[in-house]
Design a binder for this molecule. Structure first.
Ligand SMILES: Nc1nc2c(ncn2[C@@H]2O[C@H](COP(=O)(O)OP(=O)(O)O)[C@@H](O)[C@H]2O)c(=O)[nH]1
Ligand SMILES: [Mg+2]
Length: 375
């Protein structure tokens, strides 16, 4: 009797084990698309969207797609938003400079206002010195504080820098490749989607690469952006090698002859050497096919000094060629434009001014300073 019970038990265990094995084998099979690291440049199983998902096929009628807003009218529309968040700073400075007597207390208050707006110590000292010199009343009529402040702020923001995106591939053949980097939550994926819309509005053809493979949500997010404007998104399975997705997106961009390939990346700032390995590899692998034309660092304007620390780390890891400053709509600390340009010696090229799909605009120093001064 006992023997029979034992036998039945053993049989049951054996059956259970084999069923479990099959199930787990199925699981592995389903995930066999590799979390396995792929050799540099090797083609991982990378999906090209749209395709296997229901959604617009490459030949969707144009009427279904969004028609994104052109860059020029964005500035006009978003100016109010910039004025709304930054106006306090400009008005504060102007009120101080318009006092009858510019005494030490006034200059100190001016300095505090600038520092609070994240302008940074160096540029603040410089600006105050220049204003002191220029606003000194030397007989005759007193200079107009508004005009002087406007001119000095323009100098500070450095109106002479080239802020156009580098979209001409140095080789003259194949697409320009734009790599987008920055920490998690800075607004990279959103900005990649917005930049794609801006390019589509200029009749440029685009492919986007979802090389943030660490979060499945990032791929979905980018796919949604792509679908709205008929832009192909190249992605890979969650956990796959970001470099292989970047490689595939460039390959796909070359194959379909587009003008620009935009590559989104993950922002894992666990430590500098990890970041350097990851981004370094992405860049190297892309450059097996085409040079990277532009490396955009996305920075969240609301993060202040912390943002400056990130900017420094990223610029040591990759050769940053332009800055996208996001969330300027939610921050009265527009002074970070000055601070970050000084720190990296690289211009702010684009500013994010809201969560709407076309709430990203080319950065224009004069518009910015005028919005700052509220008029
Ligand atoms: N208000 C505002 N929100 C923004 C802006 N840019 C991005 N965001 C928001 O910031 C959050 C993080 O953006 P995401 O692109 O996912 O960041 P990522 O982790 O760097 O890819 C999202 O909720 C975006 O809608 C901006 O310019 N203004
Ligand atoms: Mg992202």
């Amino acid at each position: 009797m006992l023997l029979i019970v034992c036998f039945v038990l053993v049989a049951l265990v054996a059956i259970a084990a084999s069923v479990g094995l099959v199930a787990s084998r199925r699981r592995t099979a389903r995930h066999a698309e590799p979390p396995v690291p792929v050799a540099e440049g090797a083609a991982a199983p990378v999906e090209v969207e749209p395709g296997d998902e229901p959604g617009p096929e490459p030949g969707v009628p144009a009427s279904v797609l969004d028609r994104p807003e052109a860059a020029a009218s964005r500035l006009v529309r978003l100016r109010q938003r910039l004025a709304g968040s930054q106006g306090g700073l400009g008005r504060g400075l102007l009120a101080l400079l318009s006092r009858d007597r510019l005494d030490e207390d006034t200059w100190e208050a001016l300095e505090d206002t600038l520092l609070t707006a994240d302008v940074g110590v160096g540029p603040t000292t410089e600006l105050v010195e220049r204003l002191r010199t220029r606003l000194r009343v030397e007989g005759g009529t007193a200079p107009d504080p508004r005009a002087v402040l406007r001119a000095e702020l323009l100098t500070l923001v450095d109106a002479g820098m080239d802020r156009s995106l580098r979209l001409d591939p140095p080789s003259g053949t194949g697409p320009a490749v734009v790599l987008v980097v920055g920490v998690n939550g800075a607004g990279k994926t959103t900005s990649v989607g917005k930049i794609a819309r801006m390019l589509v509005a200029e009749d440029r053809s685009v492919v986007m690469g979802a090389a943030d493979t660490f979060r499945a949500a990032a791929t979905e997010q980018l796919t949604t952006w792509g679908e709205r404007v008929g832009v192909e998104v190249v992605s890979g399975p969650e956990g796959s090698d970001p470099a292989s997705v970047a490689f595939e997106s460039v390959r796909s961009g070359i194959a379909s002859g587009v003008d620009v390939v935009l590559v989104d990346t993950a922002g894992r700032l666990q430590n500098k050497s990890g970041l350097m390995d990851e981004l370094g590899k992405v860049k190297r692998v892309i450059e097996k096919q085409l040079p990277v034309s532009e490396v955009l660092l996305v920075l969240d304007a609301t993060t202040g000094q912390n943002g400056m620390v990130q900017a420094r780390v990223f610029s040591e890891v990759v050769d940053v060629t332009g800055i996208v400053l996001t969330k300027l709509d939610g921050s009265a600390k527009g002074g970070i434009v000055v601070a970050v340009q000084r720190e990296l010696g690289v211009p702010v090229k684009l500013v994010g001014l809201g969560e709407g799909p076309d709430d990203l605009a080319p950065f224009d120093p004069a518009e910015f300073v005028d919005a700052l001064l509220g008029g």
